[in-house]
Design a protein around this ligand. Sequence first.
Ligand SMILES: NC(=O)C1=CN([C@@H]2O[C@H](COP(=O)(O)OP(=O)(O)OC[C@H]3O[C@@H](n4cnc5c(N)ncnc54)[C@H](O)[C@@H]3O)[C@@H](O)[C@H]2O)C=CC1
Ligand SMILES: CC(C)=CCC[C@@H](C)[C@H]1CC[C@H]2C3=C(CC[C@]12C)[C@@]1(C)CCC(=O)C[C@@H]1CC3
Length: 345
Amino acid sequence: MATRVRPGNKRCAVIGGSGFLGRHLVEKLLDKGYTVSVFDIRQSYELPGVTFHLGDLCDPQALAPALRDVSLVFHCASPAPGSDNRALFETVNIKGTRTVIQACAEAGVQKLVLTSSASVVFEGTDIKNGGEDLPYAKKPIDYYTETKIEQEKLVLAACDKEKGFLTVAIRPHGIFGPRDPQLVPILVDTARRGKMKFIIGDGTNLVDFTFVENVVHGHILAAERLRADSPICGKPYHITNDEPVRFWDFMSDVLVGLGYAAPRYHLPYTLVYGLALLLWLLALILRPLVSIKPTFTPMRVALAGTHHYYSCERAKQDMGYKPVVGLKEGIARTVQSYPHLRQGA
Ligand SMILES: NC(=O)C1=CN([C@@H]2O[C@H](COP(=O)(O)OP(=O)(O)OC[C@H]3O[C@@H](n4cnc5c(N)ncnc54)[C@H](O)[C@@H]3O)[C@@H](O)[C@H]2O)C=CC1
Ligand SMILES: CC(C)=CCC[C@@H](C)[C@H]1CC[C@H]2C3=C(CC[C@]12C)[C@@]1(C)CCC(=O)C[C@@H]1CC3
């Protein structure tokens, strides 16, 4: 174990800092006077006050220089959730997270904030106002979720007040905002291919979508409240917009804001889920011969057709969390940030 870095120094590291959430987090940390080391497999921007360290988080030698003299680490790297590469998820999210914990211990880091996901408790069936006491999914819906569960368990179990190494996990849900590479681009691509005409189920299911700046706010609050005498040590926290919305209303607002038609026709949930499952199996069987990438995966259908919204009461109580940007404003700012994805652009 290395000598502990001076507590409270304003140097931190963001693992996965080139990604969507990571970059927003880095920008806010800079605003707040931190100096930031970004560790990532790629560099996607340059900013004064940020040092980039390129490497794979599974490689302890590559990680070490990024953690030097750093008291606080945010770990928000993950393979894209849409991938079905089980080996990659296991390597990065499980083995890689063990490496991150070990590297933090060796560098004398005092605080580790993990970006987990609210979906660690989601099994494809309704969750209404779910609290953090819900059990982890016994049958996780995909490899992403399966490995996010193991990752969260590893980070929370590593919290050790005696050794002065404190950890916390933030569980956001459905992050959206400017530069998001997933939600809006996938939605627009689906609409452009004429596949966004249908509503899966009766369209009344409520879901949390969380504006990226609220997720960043939750991470920084957690980091700043993480002390040996704080109740947040070793615990997971839901961070949402605290405004559950009908999944299909949210999709329609984004689509209409970008000039596309809102979905109108209803299809039964079980039919679409069954078809998505069949297509997924077919893609698996045919994988050696041809690569099929279905738009409607079982995971996406489950997310689009069930209730899944979470209580962030615990974050409000233990760390004074309150969303800083409302849903309506978040949607408006998001839509405005994608001029190139507008209908006809
Ligand atoms: N986008 C969403 O709706 C949600 C995301 N999350 C979590 O938030 C975190 C950030 O997600 P996003 O910013 O949306 O994803 P992103 O894909 O934009 O960013 C992830 C970053 O991790 C990096 N990375 C991947 N493998 C790496 C490796 N082996 N070594 C070093 N860097 C590596 C990537 O290069 C990328 O820059 C992830 O942990 C994800 O599980 C949780 C809930 C919802
Ligand atoms: C039906 C259809 C084509 C919808 C398009 C939007 C979807 C791409 C998003 C709607 C809900 C999103 C979501 C995630 C990814 C993008 C969506 C499926 C996550 C799986 C990302 C990673 C997580 O940790 C949980 C997210 C839940 C919501």
